[in-house]
Design a protein around this ligand. Structure first.
Ligand code: KG4
Ligand code: ZN
Length: 326
């Protein structure tokens, strides 16, 4: 069964063809990131216009690369929430029209839940239930996942998401946008033990909080404005504190729910330092780690097609009345 995936929740216009929820035949993405860089953040209006301009071309490239003609597509899966409303509207309406014209069933998929799907493209599949961690620019959430359609949200961030914290610290340090990959690179040559940053979230819950550490970095930079600060040390110390906190909460969560399987996805999960620490530290605690492949950590339509296929197999589909939800 061939599923066409369509993802337009933020700045990436992505289309993919996935065979039976497992084999990614194509995954084509056009990003409008270069138009947002000068504003150091995603400008919703620019993103939705770019989706409108690019979506047809991205679709035809994805079909061509997969060598699957549109008439052979069995299901259309698309992101309908959450995201920038203008961006979602383009993808949702495009997908619905396509499904209607081709007389194919379609299904709306939750983008955050889909970030946990890419591990199912790999050989070693996690068994249900598992603990899922999504770390992206918009979300930092832990889930108890009992099946493809059974997610219990255990915790989320009370303020900034992990990726957002990377981006804001990048802005404070004048590094450019998005900050995540740049901070990762600088941190490689920094001393993570040189500055003590912490992002311990609220004590009374499993929720995350990353706005405090961003402010701590800002104050550190201001306090030392007359000295020559070492940006690499700041990057390494900040990155280490974020990873410490994510690991702390995962372990707490595994203990609380007595589950020793963790699935991780989302843009921040492409960070190599984080991947190394997660692998080492969860291994020593006997927790099985399923990490999304780096290419599927950032926004992509393959994960939407994959999850859409699994939901459709459970008898779930959407009607033409489905609407985008921010
Ligand atoms: O999942 P994603 O592509 O989009 C959302 O759904 O938000 O995640 C984007 C986020 C950005 O905040 C970006 O800075 C962060 O992922 N990111 C990283 C890295 N690559 C992307 N954060 C840390 N290290 C990275 N290597
Ligand atoms: Zn995402």
């Amino acid at each position: 069964m061939y599923t066409l995936g369509i993802e337009t929740s933020c700045d990436d216009t992505s289309c993919a063809v996935v065979y039976s929820g497992k084999k990614v035949l194509s995954n084509i993405t056009s990003s409008s990131l270069k138009y947002h860089k000068r504003y150091q953040g995603i400008i919703p209006e620019i993103a939705s216009r770019a989706h409108l301009e690019n979506i047809e071309l991205v679709l035809s490239c994805a079909l061509k690369k997969s060598r699957v003609d549109a008439s052979r597509i069995d299901l259309i899966a698309f992101t309908y929430k959450p995201g920038l409303i203008g961006s979602l509207l383009v993808g949702v309406n495009f997908a619905k029209s396509l499904g209607y014209a081709l007389k194919k069933p379609f299904i709306g998929v939750d983008h955050v839940e889909a970030h946990m799907y890419p591990v199912f493209f790999q050989g070693n599949l996690p068994k249900f239930p598992f603990i899922g961690l999504v770390i992206s620019g918009g979300h930092t959430s832990l889930f108890l996942v009992k099946d493809f359609n059974l997610y219990k949200n255990i915790s989320q961030t009370r303020d900034d998401a992990a990726g957002e914290a990377f981006d804001k610290v990048g802005k404070i340090l004048n590094l450019g946008f998005p900050g995540g990959p740049i901070i990762e690179k600088l941190a490689r040559r920094g001393d993570a033990g040189s500055i003590r940053f912490s992002c311990a979230g609220p004590r009374d819950s499993m929720d995350f909080s990353f706005s405090g550490i961003k402010t701590a970095v800002l104050y550190y930079v201001r306090r030392n404005s007359d000295k020559k600060i070492n940006i690499k040390d700041i990057a390494a110390s900040f990155q280490q504190a974020v990873v410490d906190e994510l690991l702390r909460k995962i372990v707490l969560c595994c203990l609380k729910y007595k589950i020793k399987r963790v699935v991780v996805g989302g843009g921040v999960a492409s960070n190599k330092y984080l991947r190394r620490r997660f692998k080492n530290e969860l291994y020593t605690r006997n927790i099985d780690l399923y990490l999304s492949e780096r290419q599927y950590c950032v926004d992509n339509a393959a994960m939407i097609a994959g999850l859409g296929y699994q939901l459709f197999n459970k008898g779930i589909s959407s009607s033409i009345a489905i609407e985008a939800q921010p």
